[in-house]
Design a protein around this ligand. Structure first.
Ligand code: FPP
Length: 238
Protein backbone atom coordinates (compact mmCIF):
# COMPACT_ATOMS: atom_id res chain seq x y z
CA UNK A 1 0.00 0.00 0.00
CA UNK A 2 1.34 3.44 -0.83
CA UNK A 3 0.97 6.23 1.69
CA UNK A 4 2.84 9.52 1.38
CA UNK A 5 5.45 10.00 4.08
CA UNK A 6 5.78 6.27 4.76
CA UNK A 7 8.70 5.98 2.36
CA UNK A 8 11.47 8.37 1.36
CA UNK A 9 10.85 7.58 -2.26
CA UNK A 10 7.29 8.75 -2.47
CA UNK A 11 7.07 11.42 -5.22
CA UNK A 12 6.58 14.94 -3.87
CA UNK A 13 5.74 16.57 -7.20
CA UNK A 14 3.93 14.71 -9.99
CA UNK A 15 3.44 16.28 -13.42
CA UNK A 16 0.79 14.84 -15.72
CA UNK A 17 0.55 15.14 -19.50
CA UNK A 18 -3.12 14.39 -20.14
CA UNK A 19 -3.05 12.96 -23.66
CA UNK A 20 -5.52 10.91 -25.67
CA UNK A 21 -8.86 12.71 -25.28
CA UNK A 22 -9.36 12.87 -29.06
CA UNK A 23 -8.52 9.17 -29.60
CA UNK A 24 -10.80 8.16 -26.72
CA UNK A 25 -13.69 10.00 -28.42
CA UNK A 26 -12.84 8.66 -31.89
CA UNK A 27 -12.89 5.06 -30.63
CA UNK A 28 -16.47 5.69 -29.48
CA UNK A 29 -17.47 7.61 -32.61
CA UNK A 30 -18.04 10.68 -30.44
CA UNK A 31 -16.98 14.29 -31.15
CA UNK A 32 -13.61 15.41 -29.75
CA UNK A 33 -15.50 17.67 -27.32
CA UNK A 34 -16.85 14.51 -25.61
CA UNK A 35 -13.26 13.33 -25.17
CA UNK A 36 -12.26 16.61 -23.54
CA UNK A 37 -15.26 16.49 -21.22
CA UNK A 38 -14.36 12.92 -20.19
CA UNK A 39 -10.77 14.19 -19.80
CA UNK A 40 -11.89 16.94 -17.43
CA UNK A 41 -13.66 14.28 -15.33
CA UNK A 42 -10.44 12.21 -15.27
CA UNK A 43 -8.58 15.32 -14.07
CA UNK A 44 -11.14 15.77 -11.26
CA UNK A 45 -10.81 12.06 -10.29
CA UNK A 46 -7.03 12.31 -10.33
CA UNK A 47 -7.10 15.39 -8.08
CA UNK A 48 -9.14 13.38 -5.58
CA UNK A 49 -6.74 10.45 -5.83
CA UNK A 50 -3.70 12.71 -5.32
CA UNK A 51 -5.28 14.21 -2.23
CA UNK A 52 -6.16 10.77 -0.88
CA UNK A 53 -2.65 9.40 -1.46
CA UNK A 54 -0.96 12.50 -0.01
CA UNK A 55 0.70 13.90 -3.14
CA UNK A 56 1.94 17.37 -2.12
CA UNK A 57 2.30 18.91 -5.59
CA UNK A 58 0.54 17.94 -8.81
CA UNK A 59 0.77 19.77 -12.13
CA UNK A 60 -1.70 19.12 -14.95
CA UNK A 61 -0.65 20.04 -18.50
CA UNK A 62 -3.99 21.55 -19.39
CA UNK A 63 -3.33 23.76 -22.42
CA UNK A 64 0.03 24.31 -24.06
CA UNK A 65 1.36 27.40 -25.85
CA UNK A 66 1.10 25.26 -29.02
CA UNK A 67 -2.56 24.25 -28.46
CA UNK A 68 -3.71 27.62 -29.87
CA UNK A 69 -3.01 26.05 -33.28
CA UNK A 70 -6.10 23.82 -32.91
CA UNK A 71 -9.34 24.63 -34.79
CA UNK A 72 -11.30 27.54 -33.31
CA UNK A 73 -14.32 25.41 -32.38
CA UNK A 74 -12.11 23.01 -30.38
CA UNK A 75 -10.44 25.93 -28.58
CA UNK A 76 -13.88 27.41 -27.79
CA UNK A 77 -15.01 24.05 -26.39
CA UNK A 78 -11.92 23.83 -24.21
CA UNK A 79 -12.36 27.42 -22.91
CA UNK A 80 -15.99 26.67 -21.91
CA UNK A 81 -14.88 23.47 -20.22
CA UNK A 82 -12.15 25.34 -18.30
CA UNK A 83 -14.73 27.93 -17.18
CA UNK A 84 -17.14 25.22 -16.08
CA UNK A 85 -14.53 23.25 -14.13
CA UNK A 86 -12.78 26.25 -12.61
CA UNK A 87 -16.15 27.50 -11.37
CA UNK A 88 -16.42 24.36 -9.25
CA UNK A 89 -12.69 23.96 -8.65
CA UNK A 90 -12.86 24.08 -4.86
CA UNK A 91 -15.11 21.02 -4.91
CA UNK A 92 -12.44 18.81 -6.48
CA UNK A 93 -9.21 20.51 -5.40
CA UNK A 94 -10.24 20.32 -1.76
CA UNK A 95 -10.85 23.33 0.43
CA UNK A 96 -7.26 23.52 1.63
CA UNK A 97 -5.29 23.19 -1.59
CA UNK A 98 -3.28 26.01 -3.06
CA UNK A 99 -4.12 26.55 -6.72
CA UNK A 100 -1.65 28.05 -9.20
CA UNK A 101 -1.85 28.61 -12.93
CA UNK A 102 1.41 28.29 -14.82
CA UNK A 103 1.73 30.42 -17.94
CA UNK A 104 0.74 33.81 -19.29
CA UNK A 105 -2.97 34.32 -18.56
CA UNK A 106 -3.41 37.32 -20.88
CA UNK A 107 -4.70 35.45 -24.00
CA UNK A 108 -7.59 33.82 -22.09
CA UNK A 109 -11.14 35.27 -22.09
CA UNK A 110 -11.49 37.86 -19.33
CA UNK A 111 -14.04 35.86 -17.28
CA UNK A 112 -11.70 32.87 -17.23
CA UNK A 113 -8.72 35.05 -16.35
CA UNK A 114 -10.60 36.68 -13.48
CA UNK A 115 -11.59 33.25 -12.15
CA UNK A 116 -7.98 32.01 -12.36
CA UNK A 117 -6.77 35.06 -10.44
CA UNK A 118 -9.53 34.68 -7.86
CA UNK A 119 -8.67 31.01 -7.25
CA UNK A 120 -4.98 31.85 -6.83
CA UNK A 121 -5.74 34.69 -4.43
CA UNK A 122 -8.26 32.76 -2.33
CA UNK A 123 -6.00 29.74 -1.95
CA UNK A 124 -2.66 31.54 -1.51
CA UNK A 125 -2.37 30.78 2.21
CA UNK A 126 -2.94 27.01 1.93
CA UNK A 127 0.06 24.73 2.10
CA UNK A 128 -1.19 21.18 2.64
CA UNK A 129 -1.22 20.54 -1.10
CA UNK A 130 -0.54 22.55 -4.27
CA UNK A 131 -2.40 21.93 -7.52
CA UNK A 132 -0.99 23.61 -10.61
CA UNK A 133 -2.73 23.93 -13.95
CA UNK A 134 -0.31 24.63 -16.79
CA UNK A 135 -2.48 26.76 -19.07
CA UNK A 136 -1.01 28.58 -22.05
CA UNK A 137 2.16 26.97 -20.74
CA UNK A 138 5.35 25.99 -22.49
CA UNK A 139 8.60 24.95 -20.82
CA UNK A 140 10.62 27.17 -23.12
CA UNK A 141 8.30 30.12 -22.54
CA UNK A 142 8.69 29.52 -18.77
CA UNK A 143 12.48 29.89 -19.05
CA UNK A 144 12.24 32.90 -21.39
CA UNK A 145 9.80 34.59 -18.99
CA UNK A 146 12.26 34.05 -16.10
CA UNK A 147 15.19 35.31 -18.21
CA UNK A 148 13.26 38.45 -19.11
CA UNK A 149 12.72 39.22 -15.41
CA UNK A 150 16.45 38.78 -14.80
CA UNK A 151 17.18 41.21 -17.66
CA UNK A 152 14.79 43.73 -16.10
CA UNK A 153 16.50 43.47 -12.67
CA UNK A 154 19.82 43.86 -14.38
CA UNK A 155 18.79 46.99 -16.32
CA UNK A 156 17.59 48.52 -13.04
CA UNK A 157 20.97 47.70 -11.52
CA UNK A 158 19.43 45.37 -8.91
CA UNK A 159 21.62 42.40 -9.87
CA UNK A 160 24.97 41.79 -11.54
CA UNK A 161 25.87 38.86 -13.89
CA UNK A 162 27.52 37.01 -10.99
CA UNK A 163 24.15 36.92 -9.17
CA UNK A 164 22.60 34.83 -11.95
CA UNK A 165 22.56 31.21 -10.84
CA UNK A 166 20.20 28.22 -10.86
CA UNK A 167 18.52 29.30 -7.62
CA UNK A 168 17.71 32.75 -8.95
CA UNK A 169 16.31 31.43 -12.21
CA UNK A 170 14.37 28.63 -10.52
CA UNK A 171 12.64 31.12 -8.21
CA UNK A 172 11.44 33.13 -11.20
CA UNK A 173 9.79 30.21 -13.03
CA UNK A 174 6.00 29.98 -13.05
CA UNK A 175 6.27 27.10 -10.54
CA UNK A 176 7.92 29.56 -8.12
CA UNK A 177 8.75 27.77 -4.88
CA UNK A 178 7.52 24.32 -5.94
CA UNK A 179 10.12 21.55 -5.88
CA UNK A 180 11.28 19.97 -9.14
CA UNK A 181 9.02 17.32 -10.63
CA UNK A 182 9.89 13.82 -9.36
CA UNK A 183 7.60 11.92 -11.68
CA UNK A 184 6.14 12.86 -15.06
CA UNK A 185 3.24 10.72 -16.28
CA UNK A 186 2.12 10.76 -19.92
CA UNK A 187 -0.92 8.85 -21.08
CA UNK A 188 -1.93 7.47 -24.49
CA UNK A 189 1.33 5.78 -25.48
CA UNK A 190 3.23 8.85 -26.69
CA UNK A 191 6.74 9.08 -25.24
CA UNK A 192 7.84 12.71 -25.21
CA UNK A 193 7.70 15.79 -22.98
CA UNK A 194 6.12 18.16 -25.54
CA UNK A 195 7.53 21.31 -23.90
CA UNK A 196 6.19 20.45 -20.40
CA UNK A 197 8.16 21.52 -17.28
CA UNK A 198 11.50 21.39 -19.13
CA UNK A 199 13.61 22.94 -16.37
CA UNK A 200 11.67 21.31 -13.53
CA UNK A 201 11.92 17.79 -14.99
CA UNK A 202 15.73 17.71 -15.29
CA UNK A 203 15.87 14.64 -12.99
CA UNK A 204 12.27 13.48 -13.18
CA UNK A 205 11.43 9.83 -13.69
CA UNK A 206 9.25 9.38 -16.75
CA UNK A 207 6.26 7.04 -16.78
CA UNK A 208 4.38 6.29 -19.99
CA UNK A 209 1.14 4.36 -20.15
CA UNK A 210 -1.05 3.31 -23.09
CA UNK A 211 -4.17 4.22 -21.10
CA UNK A 212 -5.99 7.13 -22.76
CA UNK A 213 -6.39 10.11 -20.44
CA UNK A 214 -10.20 9.87 -20.01
CA UNK A 215 -9.70 6.32 -18.63
CA UNK A 216 -7.07 7.43 -16.08
CA UNK A 217 -7.84 7.39 -12.36
CA UNK A 218 -6.66 6.21 -8.94
CA UNK A 219 -5.65 2.72 -10.12
CA UNK A 220 -3.40 4.09 -12.89
CA UNK A 221 -1.99 6.79 -10.60
CA UNK A 222 -1.03 4.13 -8.03
CA UNK A 223 0.62 2.03 -10.76
CA UNK A 224 2.72 5.05 -11.81
CA UNK A 225 3.72 5.79 -8.20
CA UNK A 226 4.57 2.10 -7.61
CA UNK A 227 6.81 2.13 -10.68
CA UNK A 228 8.49 5.34 -9.47
CA UNK A 229 9.12 3.86 -6.02
CA UNK A 230 11.00 0.92 -7.50
CA UNK A 231 13.48 3.12 -9.35
CA UNK A 232 16.96 4.09 -8.21
CA UNK A 233 17.55 7.82 -8.56
CA UNK A 234 21.17 8.95 -8.56
CA UNK A 235 20.90 12.61 -9.63
CA UNK A 236 24.18 12.30 -11.52
CA UNK A 237 25.96 10.54 -8.63
CA UNK A 238 26.86 6.87 -8.39
C1 FPP B 1 -4.78 16.23 -25.09
O1 FPP B 1 -5.59 15.27 -25.77
C2 FPP B 1 -5.62 17.02 -24.21
C3 FPP B 1 -5.75 18.38 -24.25
C4 FPP B 1 -5.01 19.23 -25.18
C5 FPP B 1 -6.67 19.09 -23.34
C6 FPP B 1 -6.55 18.68 -21.90
C7 FPP B 1 -7.67 19.27 -21.15
C8 FPP B 1 -8.47 18.59 -20.34
C9 FPP B 1 -8.30 17.18 -19.99
C10 FPP B 1 -9.58 19.33 -19.66
C11 FPP B 1 -9.09 19.70 -18.28
C12 FPP B 1 -9.95 20.68 -17.68
C13 FPP B 1 -9.56 21.57 -16.72
C14 FPP B 1 -10.52 22.52 -16.16
C15 FPP B 1 -8.20 21.66 -16.18
P1 FPP B 1 -5.68 15.35 -27.36
O2 FPP B 1 -6.86 16.19 -27.72
O3 FPP B 1 -4.38 15.85 -27.92
O4 FPP B 1 -5.91 13.86 -27.71
P2 FPP B 1 -5.47 13.09 -29.04
O5 FPP B 1 -3.96 13.16 -29.09
O6 FPP B 1 -5.99 11.72 -28.83
O7 FPP B 1 -6.14 13.82 -30.19
Amino acid sequence: MIIAGSDNHFPVHIGIIMDGNGRWAKKRMLPRSAGHRAGAEAMRRTCDACRKLGVKYVTFYTFSTENWKRPKDEIDTLMSLFEEYLDKAESFTGKKARILFLGDKSPFPVTLRDRMEELEKNSAAYDSMTIMFAMNYGGRDDIVHAARQIAEYSVKGDISPADVDENLLQGLLYTKGAPDADLIIRTSGEQRLSNFLLWQSAYAELYFTDVLWPDFGEKELKAAIDSFMQRQRRFGGV
